[in-house]
Design a protein around this ligand. Structure first.
Ligand SMILES: CC(C)(COP(=O)(O)OP(=O)(O)OC[C@H]1O[C@@H](n2cnc3c(N)ncnc32)[C@H](O)[C@@H]1OP(=O)(O)O)[C@@H](O)C(=O)NCCC(=O)NCCS
Length: 179
């Protein structure tokens, strides 16, 4: 995907990750495109209720749809992980109507959503997605991102390893940010 000079004309990033079997396979991380939006809804259903199971017809709930509708607003940045021609995960951020965290100047920080299909977890894909999202958000002038995670969700460890710090804990919810 890269030219000899290191540029990336397709807007994709190709990473080599070690798979469970020890083989090296190619993972493509591509910016969110309009055709990805149904997949983002699917990923939101995985992320929005974790670690609990999603309710029936969760994909129609405003709590889920708000993460994807109207994609392309200011502050929307996202990356989809492709593996052998299939979408297997995504990380994206956007400024939701209900703002989670504001910076010192009072501006809302984009909030992250992330999920990887269950059969592809624990292979470093979430870590790679988070890093690619942070890079792209930084390049788009959004260096500081926020997220909310359930206290019992093991995703907390992933975020801590990626340098996120807790700024608030309320009930079952932890709010984290990272610059
Ligand atoms: C969180 C998630 C995106 C991580 O993706 P991933 O590709 O497994 O991430 P990595 O392989 O880079 O890192 C794995 C780490 O993620 C964390 N993790 C969180 N949930 C996990 C899960 N269900 N299965 C495995 N690891 C999970 C663990 O800390 C794990 O580290 P460990 O293997 O040392 O215990 C993925 O587990 C997922 O889709 N979970 C369900 C949706 C979700 O909870 N989203 C976040 C909502 S705040």
């Amino acid at each position: 995907m890269y030219e000899a000079d290191g540029t990336d004309p397709m807007g994709t990033e190709q990473l080599e990750l070690r798979s469970r079997g020890g083989l090296r396979d190619a993972l493509d991380l591509r910016p969110v495109a309009a055709a990805d939006l149904p997949f983002l809804i699917e990923m939101t259903v995985l992320a929005a209720f974790a670690p609990e199971a999603a309710p029936d017809r969760a994909e129609e709930m405003p709590y889920v749809v708000r993460w994807v509708e109207d994609w392309g607003r200011d502050g929307d940045v996202g990356v989809v992980a492709w593996w052998h021609g299939e979408r297997i995960g995504a990380a994206w951020c956007r400024i939701l109507d209900e703002v989670l965290v504001r910076d010192e100047a009072g501006s809302p920080l984009p909030e992250i959503a992330i999920a990887v299909r269950a059969e592809h977890r624990s292979r470093g894909i979430g870590t790679a997605l988070l890093a690619a999202l942070a890079d792209r958000a930084g390049a788009a002038g959004r260096p500081t991102l926020s997220l909310a995670v359930h206290t019992l969700n093991p995703a907390r460890h992933l975020y801590e390893r990626a340098g996120f710090v807790t700024v608030r804990t309320e009930g079952d919810g932890v709010t984290m940010t990272r610059r």
